[in-house]
Design a protein around this ligand. Sequence first.
Ligand SMILES: Nc1ncnc2c1ncn2[C@@H]1O[C@H](COP(=O)(O)OP(=O)(O)OP(=O)(O)O)[C@@H](O)[C@H]1O
Ligand SMILES: [Mg+2]
Length: 435
Amino acid sequence: MAEVVFAGATKTFQPGSAPAVDGLDLTVAPGEFMVLVGPSGSGKTTALRMLAGLEEVDAGEILIDGRDVTDVPPRDRDVAMVFQNYALYPHMSVADNIAFGLKLAHVRKPERTKRVQEAAAMLGLSELLDRKPSQLSGGQRQRVAMGRAIVREPKVFLMDEPLSNLDAKLRVQTRTEIAALQARLGITTVYVTHDQVEAMTMGHRVAVMRDGRLQQCDTPRKLYEQPCNAFVAGFIGSPAMNILKVPVAADGVVKWGTQAVRLPEDARAGVASTGVDHVLLGLRPEALTLATDGLAGTVGLVEELGADAFAEVSADVGGQHKLVVRVDARRPPGRGDVVHLRAIDAEAHVFHPTSEERLGGRRRQEPRHRGCAPRSSSNRMRWRARWSGSPTCGNDCVGYATRSTGWSSSHEGRPTTRPSTGATSASLSSACLPP
Ligand SMILES: Nc1ncnc2c1ncn2[C@@H]1O[C@H](COP(=O)(O)OP(=O)(O)OP(=O)(O)O)[C@@H](O)[C@H]1O
Ligand SMILES: [Mg+2]
């Protein structure tokens, strides 16, 4: 099982344009299932391809199992990638597709056959080994692609939206299978998706990306309960959190329309310390209830999902807003009904009105050494050389872990000794580390 470290990894495709991946600091623990999630164009695939060695890294470093692989070609990284389109060879049988990587690696035929049969048995493909990909369903093709990755017995699995071609039912089934398989094999996995439900159900931890930058990396529950900013709050959770700009009243109370929310203690302290007169108030659909009194609104759309139902309620909250409320699935209100809403105070989230950072509770983790990382490959080499000799950069930042120095980085400017295991995680104190 291998640890994967992105240390300030940066990729810019076109000079002068914003980086596709910007100073990514992320440590994936050995055996961990890490999901990268974010909207289209947020840099997920680029980050994965940088780890696979398919994109050059402009600045920062990538380590696998303590080894700096930043400039190592893909074939020497010991990673196996499952692509969105599976990339199966149509003229080859399932068995040959699965064995292809082993053949390239000059693994002898008896060993190849043994590994293919083992993988096929694990994936329920034993009966299909002689078929061509065109004779398989989408889910079966997906499993062949997985099989091809599994037989390589890599240190790291990389998967880029491997389920996106499947229908909804098969997606749910296959995501469970992949999660179970990963748990059984214990291979460190980095999995990319833009589907937050997939991310939350599969990942041990989930890293949320936006515009090439890591926003937050945490367990699914922590992401849901303590989003570090309004973006993460709105992205994680379905239906999305209601976010309203509302005035702060005295004494840790914010007003939303005719109603007031008494903020949780930590949020109250956060609001007081920043002295803002408005905040972004976040209320998840389940933090709103229908009551006999409260904020009056009119029901629009009602979504009935079986176990749950969600009503869209139009109400005056300093301007007309549509609020999504979880309602009793057995007795949902009807379209056009006038209802009254109340908020559960303890479940309120508050964010700064301009920076959109969380106020109170856990804050966003600041990226380390921004401004320190060089912006080109040649710079990177110079920068590495510089760091090998000096523990600080003069900007209160400390360089990334290097094998030669045996120390690593922290934003406080305190170099810490790299553990004797060669692991970098203990020293990358302000990056996203395994819990
Ligand atoms: N080869 C390339 N040349 C130029 N720009 C690129 C290239 N590949 C990606 N980009 C740009 O880099 C940014 C990040 O792209 P990336 O493919 O990593 O996003 P993504 O998060 O995987 O999105 P999606 O969910 O749509 O797959 C985008 O703005 C994209 O246009
Ligand atoms: Mg992508």
